[in-house]
Ligand binder design. Structure first.
Ligand code: S3P
Length: 440
């Protein structure tokens, strides 16, 4: 289960990072593969499934609703789909743990079922805004109750008759778009989503792979309800967002030359590469191919002297999960980095602008927090103690900071790294990180 506890101790890497490494499967793709395979007719095999707490919680949710899911080996799931209308009422509330993606996508999918359900989550998830999905789902006819201000738990009434809507999203969010498209499978008529900026399109691509007729172009998607999903095998690419910690670390640590193998490079995910290249990073994409319909490549990252940069607002959605790592790059670069148009960071697993600003200040960095971003002055970091606030990406980002700082960096509340990146510490140590984990 996700939870608190777990302390990292990080000290300066004695030499550059080197070797080849393979990071775990993509979290976004793993959630969606489990959901669509469960709703499909027939047996689908998901390979490269992320063995993280978040995606395992999603698998447990479908097991609770009567889906047989075999795990013949680690990172493989054989899902015996029950068809669009084959899910059964869960006997208890569905616990999404720490996973915003799990809860938001499930809310759309459950809004169309014939049975009542309840979605709950951990302390962090219980603080996160759900009205962004609940309000448009109600427009579609869903009956959903929330706690105050649209927070979880979500109580979803079964048997509601959904109808398609055309919805212009107020914020760029793949989770909101996906929730509506999943509800749209159960709706009468057409459901259409229009985003202010294109976001990751895994739901659209995967629905199409499962045989659903869906029209989509960047920023727009529409489908008709009542379609049959046909089982198909899914190969999950390695998660770019997990690779990001190593991309930043290898860029910053002198002498590094690291190869990260077969990483998903869907352009809606790789904004960090653009940002780092503007900052002077040396990142080559080699051995490009396709992995289950998704572009993948080996990323070869060598140390380079990074300069501060203005991060263009239009690239923000394409690197929305990479800002904690980018903040570390900025704090160790030469000169000023400006991040704006990124207010969404305040409603992630933690308030990531504040978590990073407080942590970086504790290590001596100069950072000026803004409502929608930050100004970060590059320089040297000293040792200190930081609180990850139970946020996996904050914990891993400060593990990088520890490789550069003069003095030990102690990071509290790191247990949730297992939500997205099981085995992070071992993998990091294997390529040259000085990083130790204790029970906390
Ligand atoms: C995700 C979408 C993003 C991202 C999250 C995963 C997804 O959230 O931050 O980690 O799988 O759809 P938003 O859609 O809320 O921006």
């Amino acid at each position: 289960m996700s939870g608190s506890g777990g302390t990292y101790r990080a000290t300066r890497a004695p030499q550059g990072l080197s070797g080849r490494l393979l990071v775990p499967g993509d979290k976004s793709v793993s959630h969606r593969a489990m959901m669509l395979a469960s709703l499909a007719e027939g047996v689908s095999e998901v390979r490269g499934f992320l063995e993280g707490e978040d995606t395992r919680a999603t698998a447990r949710a479908f097991a609770q609703m009567g889906v047989q899911i075999d795990a013949p080996e680690p990172s493989v799931r054989r899902v015996h789909g029950v068809g669009l209308h084959g899910l059964k009422a869960p006997a208890a509330a569905i616990d999404c743990g720490n996973a915003g993606t799990g809860m938001r996508l499930l809310s759309g999918l459950l809004a169309g079922q014939g049975f009542d359900s309840e979605l709950i989550g951990d302390e962090s998830l219980t603080r996160r805004p759900m009205n962004r999905v609940v309000l448009p789902l109600r427009q579609m006819g869903a009956v959903i109750d929330t706690a105050a201000e649209g927070r979880p738990p979500l109580r979803i009434r079964g048997g509601a008759k959904l109808h398609g809507i055309r919805y212009e999203l107020p914020v760029a969010s793949a989770q909101v778009k996906s929730a509506l498209l999943l509800a749209g499978l159960y709706a009468e008529g057409e459901t259409e989503t229009i985003e202010p900026h294109p976001t990751r399109d895994y739901t659209e691509r995967m629905l199409s792979a499962f045989g659903v007729a869906i029209d989509f172009t960047p920023g727009r998607a529409r489908l008709h309800g009542g379609q049959v999903l046909r089982a198909t095998d899914v190969q999950v690419p390695a998660d770019f967002s997990s690779a990001a910690f190593f991309i930043v670390a290898a860029s910053l640590i002198p002498g590094s030359d690291l190869l990260i193998e077969q990483v998903g490079i869907n352009p809606r995910r790789t904004g960090l590469l653009e940002a780092l290249r503007v900052m002077g990073a040396d990142i080559q994409l080699e051995n490009r191919s396709e992995h289950g319909g998704e572009p993948v490549a080996d990323l070869r990252v060598r140390h380079a002297r990074l300069r501060g940069a203005v991060i263009p607002e239009q690239v923000v959605p394409d690197m929305i999960d990479e800002f904690p790592a980018l903040f570390i790059a900025a704090a160790c670069a030469e000169g000023l980095t400006t991040v704006s148009g990124a207010a969404e960071l305040r409603v992630k697993e933690s308030d990531r602008i504040k978590s990073m600003a407080d942590g970086l200040k504790a290590l001596g960095a100069r950072i000026d927090e803004r409502p929608d971003g930050a100004l970060i002055e590059g320089g040297r970091l000293h040792g200190g103690r930081v609180d990850s606030r139970g946020d996996h990406r904050i914990a891993m980002s400060f593990a990088i900071a520890g490789q550069l700082a003069e003095g030990e960096v102690v990071i509290d509340d790191c247990a949730n790294v297992a939500t997205s990146f099981p085995g992070f510490v071992e993998l990091a140590r294997g390529c040259g990180f000085e990083l130790f984990e204790s029970a906390g």
